[in-house]
Ligand binder design. Sequence first.
Ligand code: SF4
Length: 264
Amino acid sequence: MNDSTTKNAHLAEVFSSVQGEGPYVGVRQIFLRFHGCHRRCEFCDSPETVTAWQPAGFKPASFRIETPAGSNHFETHANPVAADELAALIGRLDAPRGLHHSVALTGGEPLMHAAFLGELLPRIEHFGLRTYLETAGDLYRMIEPLLPWLDIAAMDIKLPSVTKDDPAWENHRHFLQRCVENEVEVFAKVIVSGETSDDDIREAARVIADIAPQTLLVLQPMSIHGNAKHPATPAQLLVWQKLALETVPHVRVIPQCHKLTGHL
Ligand code: SF4
């Protein structure tokens, strides 16, 4: 059965750390890293969660969960996990109360577990924690039932010149539209490398300009502290920021900060 329709989920890990990307950089979050992703970005830093790169039908038998928050000490927990069970683990990790700004749903692609999230997100709200979705930003049908429970969406706009994967421009438009119409706070992020094409930057800016021009566009350089083969140069980043600013008013260059500090 497809994970998007089942009420149990396969996770890779659960831990407490600081957000390392985008405008929320530095806030403390509980991260839920889900297994499974429908895309194949060449730069992916979680390849173990990408469905196409694992043996057919593979799902991890267990996930690791940090205990207590910030200790870098992990326990093993069996997969799949039910929403009630994971909510109890989140409640235990969220100590002391007030430490965490939000729960980050990451992966892999969390929306591949949409039915499960439909059960989990109301329980997270019950703890008084915000929900922060990190997503490829193209599965707009999957996000639909979750919109009432989402506070923040960090949506990627995938640049084919960088991912070496199929474009998803129209799906990104629908995704952004549904977030805006449902008053989910949303920003868009594009990963850029030295191979980024000017046309891709223009098209990403047009997606935003056509749907919600005030949306922040983050240019995130493929991290030189990661496995980037062709990192963008400082000069290229300035050129692409200028290019995007010709179409939309809010464009920032923000690198992955958690890799500088050595956080998970
Ligand atoms: S969408 Fe994210 S998890 Fe999926 S392949 Fe791309 S970078 Fe990796």
